[in-house]
Design a binder for this molecule. Structure first.
Ligand code: SF4
Length: 504
């Protein structure tokens, strides 16, 4: 069986993944694949300069060509090679950075993560195995990863951005383990019928497996893996005890929140609305009302002064506001130009758009508060105003998080992406699927990151997509708030109060 370092690591997680990949690739589902993120190309390219000039082995479909090119370079006494490629007994690997000094070799595996995960040790140990089996004297094995505490100054300092962790002892200690694992994989892959391996924590750790749906197809549709918020460990424990369908779960001792989700879905229960609590929440809001939502993106390699790797950088916001009761719904927005540090102009725009001492509403306000606090820290001249906004924020998520308002269509979630369609199932103006190009936060992040690479005409279209997406986020908040208001008003109406409708 031909193996590469990524296929080997896949098998460290679960042999069946490789088997299914070979025999049933069409069953693979899309998952947010953090294994791809860990090997971020941008970081890999930058890390190549870590030890000075290097020779790059170009990728070639014909791996033998890469191996031959590597051999030629290795005739030099001293050389640094990136993507140096080797094959021992059908076990192939390309080493991110290989330093050769006479007869000694140092192997560096580059990751865009901010920590050394266990799976990286397997990855590097596999490469160490291949190289040593080929007779190379590997004296050092290291993982290169990102220093999350690094703060960018005028110049990017690679020696501070990257941390190099020496794992030579671990690689040596794993040599036998790698050899045995390769034998095990080869034997496993000889199986002609679908292996019977059961699901377990290995399906979600270190990465979500793309075959999870396939491997759980024997379960009833309403099963434990749909329960929101329950830790994976508890789910698999109950599953292995044979308790996984909703009826059985109700008979077992589980948290009331999980039971509630099950009961609502199983018995098709009517929405739960705790009017007193909603009234109490609504009474904490006062006009003028400002509905705020930020979009942010992250850079593994910080491009701007004062930024840390993966720090949330705000580049856009949408703001709906209503100045007084029965007032008109108004809207303002900000979207940065690409390829510039967006923070100063966004902060200035924000303090222009939101006056001091007004009630600013966000959905899951911890995020918006974190962004505002960071801006206040770096811009002392705007700090008072920004912190005033910060201190006057209210969280529209609370009634849903506390399940004061709950429907079966929320499926145990209080995320706005579940709450909104549950409250407004037939409103196309609130359906994110109807938007062009950008439908969620990660698409917004990726779209903005790529904006500078587009033509002016393309940028205009994409900018419009971003603006419409963010606008829908705050419009959705307005509609949710309005729904809560109306519920309270309807109740009060029975006491003789006037019913209010939102003016658009
Ligand atoms: S879902 Fe689990 S058992 Fe199935 S292939 Fe993936 S990791 Fe293996």
């Amino acid at each position: 069986m031909y193996l590469s370092k990524s296929l080997y690591c896949e098998c460290v997680q679960c042999n069946k993944m490789l088997w299914l990949n070979k025999h049933y690739p069409e069953e693979k589902q899309e998952v947010a694949n953090s294994s791809v993120l860990d090997n971020g190309t941008e970081v890999g390219i930058l890390a190549k300069n870590l030890f000075g000039p290097s020779i790059d082995i170009d990728f070639n479909q014909d791996l033998n060509k890469m191996i031959e090119d590597t051999k030629k370079e290795l005739t030099k006494e001293k050389v640094i090679i990136t993507e140096a490629s080797f094959n021992y007994n059908n076990n192939f690997c390309s080493v991110d950075i290989l330093k050769k000094d006479n007869n000694s070799y140092e192997l560096y595996e580059v990751k865009s993560s901010t920590e050394v995960k266990d799976i990286y040790l397997h990855d590097a140990s596999y490469q160490y195995y291949v190289l040593t089996k080929l007779g190379l004297n590997v004296t050092k094995v290291s993982i290169v990863y990102i220093n999350s505490e690094y703060v960018r100054e005028e110049e990017l300092e690679l020696d501070k951005l990257f941390i190099i962790k020496d794992i030579t002892d671990i690689a040596i200690s794993k040599l036998k383990e790698v050899e045995n694992k390769i034998k095990e994989i080869n034997k496993y892959m000889e199986q002609k019928i679908i292996p019977k391996d059961d699901i377990g924590m290995h399906c979600v750790k270190p990465y979500d497996c793309p075959f999870f749906k396939y491997c759980t197809k024997h379960l009833p549709e309403q099963n434990i893996f749909n329960i929101r918020g329950m830790p994976n460990r508890s789910k698999f424990k109950l599953y292995h005890e044979g308790i996984y369908d909703y009826n059985n779960l109700l008979k077992t001792k589980i948290n009331n929140k999980y039971k509630e989700q099950i009961e609502y879905e199983l018995y098709d229960k009517e929405p739960k609305i705790n009017i007193d609590k909603i009234k109490e929440f609504i009474s904490t809001l006062s006009y003028p009302l400002y509905f705020l939502d930020f979009e942010t993106y992250q850079q593994s390699i910080p491009e701007y002064i004062g930024i840390k790797p993966y720090e949330q950088i705000p580049f856009q916001y949408s703001l709906h506001y209503i100045e007084k009761e029965n007032g008109k719904l108004l809207h303002k927005e900000f979207l940065s130009a690409p390829n510039i540090d967006p923070r100063r102009s966004l902060a200035e725009s924000l303090v222009n758009d939101i006056p001091e001492n007004v009630c600013t509403i966000a959905y899951n306000m911890m995020f918006e508060k974190m962004v505002i606090k960071n801006l206040a820290k770096i811009y002392p001249d705007l700090s008072n105003h920004l912190m005033n906004i910060y201190n006057n924020m209210k969280d529209l998520m609370i009634p849903f998080k506390d399940r004061e308002y709950y429907t079966k269509e929320m499926y145990g979630s209080y995320s706005i992406k579940y709450v909104l369609p549950a409250l407004f199932p037939n409103d196309p103006s609130l359906d994110y699927h109807n938007l062009e190009g950008v439908h969620n936060g990660s698409e917004a992040m990726n779209t903005f990151s790529n904006l500078g690479n587009l033509s002016i005409e393309e940028q205009q279209i994409v900018r419009n997509n971003l603006l419409r997406y963010c606008e829908l986020d705050t419009y959705a908040m307005v509609k949710i708030w309005d729904k809560l208001e109306n519920i309270v008003k309807e109740r009060s109406e029975t006491n003789g109060n006037r019913y209010r409708k939102l003016k658009k």
